[in-house]
Design a protein around this ligand. Structure first.
Ligand code: ADP
Ligand code: ADP
Length: 228
């Protein structure tokens, strides 16, 4: 499989205050799949995403991408891996306030050798006519579109999304999810999305449910709803 997660374990704290956040996580994701990680708050979703993203380290277990273990990579290779293979979308957009939409998206193309055409991407994102606006002149949905643009412009193999619709209303959330599906279809990026919104599983190819740091369900969604 394209992405393999093997027996990941992670604890925080020592002695009495030690919490096992991930207690042996195993799953695989095929190239181009949209995989949704569901589960109640505190079940370990963000920790898992951060370990996949190389932001956090596991205590045990490993991740491999196309057969290459990230734990075997040195710091330099790991930085390259993050830069080339991973795009990150957060609940908060974290845009640079004094750069306009186009410039914020361009930030994501920094040092990339396979960056997408920016104007073409801005059109896909519905941002072309807003490209000269600053973040504070945009709606929440437009800000998240810009953040998705910044993550996707380098055409990463994997797009990691942590509650990408967490700060948005229902209709805007639907728009953003549709956009993530469109981006997935157009550019073929594998998507791993953390959410506590159970309804989002309808748009996924693979549904993984966590509880108390363990996988409780892992299935291929046979009734995927595609963006129209
Ligand atoms: P979820 O994303 O499912 O809400 P998290 O991965 O954020 O879950 O957190 C799982 C557990 O790990 C929670 O109990 C949280 O308090 C704990 N945790 C997460 N990050 C840290 C940290 N840096 N230090 C200590 N505990 C943490
Ligand atoms: P929950 O009981 O947490 O709501 P689900 O309804 O998501 O759990 O899934 C229960 C089981 O039914 C899953 O483990 C899976 O095997 C199967 N299942 C549910 N929905 C689908 C689906 N859309 N496609 C394939 N299998 C499904």
């Amino acid at each position: 499989m394209f992405l393999e997660i093997h027996n990941l374990k992670k604890s925080y704290g020592d002695g009495e205050s030690r919490t096992e956040v991930l207690r042996g996580i195993d799953f695989s994701v095929a190239k181009g799949e949209i995989c949704v990680l569901l589960g109640p708050s505190g079940s370990g979703k963000s920790t898992l995403l951060n370990i996949i993203g190389g932001i956090d380290d596991a205590d045990e277990g490993y991740i491999s991408i196309e057969g290459e273990k990230t734990a075997d990579m040195n710091e330099k290779t790991l930085t390259k891996y993050r830069r080339k293979h991973l795009g990150y979308v957060f609940q908060m957009y974290n845009l640079i306030p004094n750069l306009n939409v186009k410039e914020n998206v361009e930030v994501g193309a920094y040092l990339s050798d396979k960056a997408l055409d920016i104007d073409d991407l801005l059109k896909t994102l519905g941002l072309y006519e807003h490209r000269h606006k600053l973040p504070n002149q945009l709606s929440g949905g437009q800000q998240q579109r810009t953040a998705i643009g910044r993550a996707i412009v380098k055409n990463p193999d994997i797009l990691l999304c942590d509650e990408p619709t967490g700060a948005l209303d229902y209709n805007t959330s639907k728009e953003i999810l549709k956009l993530i599906q469109e981006v997935n279809q157009k550019y073929g990026n594998t998507v791993i999305m953390v959410t506590h919104n159970d309804a989002i599983k309808n748009m996924a190819d693979r549904v993984i449910k966590l509880r108390d740091g363990q996988i409780r369900k892992n299935y291929v969604n046979e009734t995927k709803i595609s963006a129209e």
